[in-house]
Design a protein around this ligand. Structure first.
Ligand SMILES: Nc1ncnc2c1ncn2[C@@H]1O[C@H](COP(=O)(O)OP(=O)(O)OP(=O)(O)O)[C@@H](O)[C@H]1O
Length: 243
């Protein structure tokens, strides 16, 4: 039997803006080396939860632990180096692909050699000829690959992916899905993946959390999602609100 390791633990986590509860008493564990999908209706709190995990936002109640350390006690720069985030639009900074890849190191007053930059580029399936291309001139799918490579430069233990394929066509989406599976299989990368597409969650993830109105209403193996008994989860899965 293989032992499962925990990457993240949430213990009664809540988040309020003024008096409005956005995240409501969420507890659970994220297994290391697995892909966990986060699904749920629009506005359910998925992006907010990611921002609590890497402390771009600070939870008002409860505790989030990363490798047994309270995230509030970890220096934000160290935390975000170890828990990298990729966002919906592969936003490129001005300059070349190399400039973009070197950015995380620059922010730490460090440099990235061209050889290392190339290895990250190849890892996401882009060839050497892209290294000195202007980043703004890449296609949407290529930008998203560079943006994943840029996050990988920090060699994060955990990758947060927030709807990273939602603005891509089917071919690019498939390429990104293949890449993510590969990162997970070959490098045992822990991946948390927000998607509005339940079929994508089923294709990719080991575990799924269903968030509805700030609460986590399902948490467990993705292949048991269809056996969920919570009526709101059933309604959501049946297409009540997949926006
Ligand atoms: N700065 C803010 N002030 C007030 N409410 C906010 C703020 N930011 C987010 N919210 C609210 O918090 C809730 C959760 O938003 P969040 O973006 O986390 O949801 P989501 O599940 O990621 O949605 P989507 O799938 O549409 O991206 C929403 O109701 C949103 O309106």
């Amino acid at each position: 039997m293989t032992m499962t390791q925990t990457a993240l633990t949430l213990d009664h986590v809540s988040f309020h803006i003024d008096d409005v509860a956005i995240i409501k008493d969420i507890s659970g564990t994220i297994e290391a080396g697995k892909i966990t999908a986060f699904v749920g209706p629009s506005g359910a709190g998925k992006s907010t939860l990611f921002r609590l995990i890497n402390q771009l936002k600070t939870h008002t109640k409860g505790t989030i632990t990363f490798n047994n350390e309270d995230v509030k006690t970890i220096h934000p720069m160290i935390l975000r180096k170890n828990i990298g985030i990729v966002l919906q639009e592969g936003v490129m900074t001005p300059g070349t692909v190399y400039d973009n890849l070197a950015l995380p190191r620059q922010l730490q007053n460090d440099t990235l050699s061209e050889d290392d930059a190339l290895s990250f580029l190849l890892k996401v399936g882009l060839e050497e000829r892209f290294l000195h291309k202007k980043a703004k001139e890449l296609s949407g799918g290529q930008k998203q690959k560079v943006s994943i490579a840029r996050t990988l430069v920090n060699q994060p233990e955990v990758l947060l992916m927030d709807e990273i394929t939602s603005s891509l066509d089917q071919v690019s989406t498939q390429a990104i899905e293949t890449l993510i599976k590969q990162l997970n299989k070959e490098d045992h990368q822990t991946i948390l993946w927000i998607t509005h597409n339940i079929d994508q969650a089923k294709r990719l993830s080991d575990n799924t959390w269903v968030l509805i109105d700030g609460k986590c209403r399902y948490q467990g193996p993705t292949n048991q999602l269809d056996e969920a008994t919570d009526q709101r989860v059933i309604d959501f899965l049946e297409g009540g609100d997949q926006s």
